[in-house]
Design a binder for this molecule. Structure first.
Ligand code: THU
Length: 135
């Protein structure tokens, strides 16, 4: 059965792979394309701090490498934090490239419980995207 739960499981599994020796803040992300394919990623930090990459970026890279459809229908972000771990500004824009305003972004804790549910359009209103260029 595919549904929110399998996406949550994928995000939790991805979180276990996080390479976060500097922040100790482990994040997993999983996304489902409109075709139903699931891709996941974790954060990968670097001794040169700004070179680290977020879990969402890893999941997007996996999706593109997967070679199938690239429309993102749903995203789950898994972390254990004082506040819901919403995607950073850069990742909101990265998700916008392949998602829509209706794409759901679910934040879950380390137990997989939902702590916040948003639409991408709420996280990044009035956004610039691939359709924004002049023809
Ligand atoms: N991080 C993510 O991977 N995704 C988010 O949504 C927020 C933050 C990572 C980046 C860095 O490795 C660590 O969490 C602390 O900011």
């Amino acid at each position: 059965m595919s549904g929110p739960d399998d996406l949550v499981s994928a995000a939790l599994r991805a979180r276990e792979r996080a390479y976060a020796p500097y922040s100790r803040f482990q994040v997993g992300a999983a996304l489902r394309t409109e075709d139903g394919a699931v891709f996941a990623g974790c954060n990968v930090e670097n001794a040169a701090f700004p070179e680290g990459t977020c879990a969402e970026a890893g999941a997007i890279a996996a999706m593109v490498m997967g070679g199938g459809g690239r429309r993102i229908a749903e995203v789950v972000v898994a972390a254990e934090a004082k506040e819901p771990c919403t995607p950073c500004g850069g990742c909101r824009q990265k998700l916008r490239e392949f998602g829509t305003a209706a794409t759901t972004v679910r934040m879950v804790d380390a137990a997989g419980e939902t702590v916040l549910l948003r639409r991408l359009g709420e996280l990044l209103p009035d956004s610039f995207g691939p359709g924004s260029f002049m023809d």
